[in-house]
Design a protein around this ligand. Structure first.
Ligand code: PLP
Length: 430
């Protein structure tokens, strides 16, 4: 027992978002296949959150594994300044072909936070290079764009950011235009846009993930984007979570007619296989960095920029994303979620049910709650005991599965949510 992965881990590892003193021992996972994780104690878990929203095609996908292993034997890495390689060239070509038509250039980093940092730097330096004093960023209240300092600055000020508060730059926050509150957000944006120092607007399109899968309509997003663009304010779509099928289309921006100036990707891009971040930019952004003056260049890069193995994983994932079967899976999961949502509606213990494509969120009625509410841990444990990995955000439980999840596996996940509803009913109806 003391030789278990779990026990050895506790001697040496420090985990993310985890109070190490009180957290239960981590579950040692030996292997994954499709939607299922296999633990060292013989238990199995349906990965209903795609291992933090990254694993879109299921675990240990044979096509991705094959492509990655070929790349490892061909070229594992090469410096990306002054050099290039086939996986990066092909990935950029194929990605741009899928994105809104104005996206012209691809910049590689390692994760979602750095994809956001680069987008912010590109937006701010776009104005700087032209000598235009536009310095303010607009973001949504409740948003999450990552854990590095720039990304934290444009995110909701919360328990995540409190110790660093004084180091975060000022941002203009807008309320999320949730159904019924669209006009308020539009009016506030119009007012903000009367100031002439607005540089860019960054947002999670259609779904604010970490905020608790808070959703708003493509129609209002289209209006907000159009308003910004009419004043020259750059529009940054952070598709780190929504990219690669989550919202029922390949990209959240496929739901709107306006085109963003900058886009950020990471989570699903390699199918959850390797760490990779991507920022894409319009030609106008790119051109603003061109000069005989070297200081106008983008001085940003990482040792592993455009790592060929990560790019190969992304190419293998794109092979699957480009297929019609991919869109059919999105449709199948969306339809299944909608039917389950329908079956829950009107039942006790439920405050709100929200769905965008393959993302289903159920907010339980529990009065006043926070992220630390003990109910969250009860719900998390209840799911694990039933062989399902769900990570509630406070009193909100969401399903965000790999697209290979079967109908039977989805039914098991829904069954656990029904049990959660009953548990919430016992705890809070008295
Ligand atoms: C997860 C996430 C990020 C940060 O990505 P990391 O790879 O975890 O750094 C940024 N934006 C959004 C919308 C995310 O969901």
């Amino acid at each position: 027992m003391n030789n278990s992965l779990s026990a050895r881990d506790q001697q040496v590892n420090w985990h993310p978002y985890t109070q190490m003193q009180t957290a239960p021992p981590p579950i040692g996972i030996m292997r994954g296949e499709g939607a299922v994780l296999y633990a060292e104690d013989g238990r199995e878990y349906i990965d209903a959150v795609s291992s933090w929203w990254v694993n879109i095609h299921g675990h240990a996908h044979p096509h991705i594994a094959e492509r990655v292993s070929q790349q490892l034997k061909t070229l594992e890495h090469v410096i990306f300044a002054g050099f290039t390689h086939a996986p990066a060239v092909e990935l950029s070509e194929r990605l741009l072909a899928l994105l809104p038509q104005n996206q012209a250039k691809v910049f590689y980093t390692d994760n979602g936070s750095t994809a956001v940092e680069v987008a912010l730097k590109m937006a701010l330096q776009y104005w700087y290079n032209q000598g235009v004093p536009r310095t303010k960023i607009i973001a949504f209240e409740g948003s999450y764009h990552g854990d590095t300092f720039g990304a934290m600055s444009v995110s909701e000020r919360s328990i995540f950011t409190r110790p660093f508060q004084q180091y975060l730059f000022d941002v203009e926050f807008l309320p999320v235009p949730v159904p019924g509150h669209e006009e308020q957000t539009i009016a506030q944006l119009e007012k903000l846009l009367q100031q002439d120092d607005m540089a860019a607007f960054i947002f999670e399109p259609l779904v604010l993930g970490t905020a608790g899968m808070v959703m708003y309509s493509p129609e209002v997003l289209d209006k907000l984007m159009a308003l910004c663009r009419s004043k020259g304010v750059l529009v940054i779509a952070d598709e780190v979570m929504t990219g690669f099928g989550r919202t029922g289309k390949r990209f959240a921006c496929d739901h709107v007619s306006q085109q963003p100036d900058l886009m950020c990707f990471s989570k699903g891009i390699t199918g959850g296989t390797m760490a990779l971040g991507v920022t894409t930019a319009s030609q106008a952004i790119y051109v603003s960095f061109l000069s005989d003056d070297k200081t106008k260049a983008l001085f940003h890069g990482h040792s592993y920029t455009a790592n060929p193995v990560a790019c190969a994983a992304a190419l293998a994932s794109l092979d699957l994303v480009e297929k019609n079967a991919f869109l059919e899976d999105l449709e199948r999961i969306s339809t299944s979620h909608a039917a389950f949502a329908q079956s829950l509606s009107g039942k006790s213990g439920i405050k709100q049910i929200r769905q965008t494509g393959t993302i289903l969120a159920i907010e339980f009625e529990v009065g006043h709650t926070t992220y630390f509410h003990s109910l969250r841990d009860q719900l998390y444990n209840l799911a694990l005991e039933n062989g399902v990995l769900l990570r509630p955000l406070g009193n909100i439980v969401y399903v965000l599965p790999p697209y290979c999840i079967s109908a039977a596996q989805l039914e098991r996940v829904y069954g656990v949510i029904e049990q959660m509803r009953l548990l919430v009913g016992q705890e809070f109806q008295a």
